[in-house]
Design a protein around this ligand. Structure first.
Ligand code: PRP
Length: 210
């Protein structure tokens, strides 16, 4: 096992917030990578290597030990159900998982629900004793009720702009989302010193809930 801590970082919109938090925690993460397309970023000054993964794949890299730790949204953790330790709530990338639909819409006995999160959606409706047919989509989920593919959707709401601009309403919040620091179970023991140091540093700069 190399000494350098391998950190699976989510590419895209969460990366900038995560790298900023790491910098605030005193880790010398160069800003030049915030807009880079490089997939492996070596940061020897921080004793780290960033693996730039698609957010949904971060728990997979961590479970298999290709990364020691990772930064990932609670939405992905709930959906992917990977065998990893959840170490810290980083308090960044705040949003929520919600049930969304068209206003004033009566639903029949079995409703169709479109989502990127089939496990989350199935569990939510099952626990509510509601029979649904879950349809997996990969993006632009808000289209589904607009064109009659589904009655409702389960999706992330951040600013609410997407649902507003498409005439949809939030029917129910399922859970609140923030990014989490996760760890591989073996790395957590073998690299405990480096991981504990990272946790301590991050803990001191986590933004408070508004
Ligand atoms: C996400 C999510 C919503 C939107 C919510 O989509 O699925 O569509 O952001 O953000 P808002 O409340 O600030 O409008 P994303 O941009 O990741 O693209 P996608 O449609 O490809 O999933």
């Amino acid at each position: 096992m190399s000494d350098r801590l391998k950190v699976a970082m989510p590419k895209g919109r969460i990366y900038k917030q995560a790298s900023k938090l790491f910098r605030e925690a005193g880790l010398p993460i160069p800003e030049e990578f915030d807009d880079s397309r490089k997939l492996i970023i070596e940061i020897p000054e921080a004793g780290m290597e960033f693996i730039m993964a698609k957010p949904v794949d971060v728990p997979t890299y961590v479970e298999y030990g290709a990364a020691d730790v990772g930064v990932v949204g609670k939405d992905v953790l709930m959906e992917e159900r990977r065998d990893v330790y959840e170490l810290l709530d980083l308090g960044i990338a705040r949003c929520r998982m919600s049930v969304i639909g068209l206003p004033d819409r009566e639903s029949g006995h079995t409703i169709k629900v479109a989502t990127k999160y089939p496990n989350v959606a199935s569990q939510f409706f099952r626990e509510n004793g509601q029979q649904v047919e879950v349809i997996k989509l990969n993006g632009s989920i808000e289209l589904a009720p607009l064109i009659g593919l589904a009655d409702q959707i389960v999706d992330m709401v951040e600013t609410g702009q997407t649902i507003r601009e498409n005439g949809l309403i939030e029917l129910q919040t399922i859970f609140h989302i923030t990014s989490r620091l996760i760890a591989n179970r073996v790395s957590f023991r073998m690299k405990s010193e480096a991981i504990e140091d990272l946790c301590r540093r991050l803990q001191s700069v986590i933004p408070q809930a508004p």
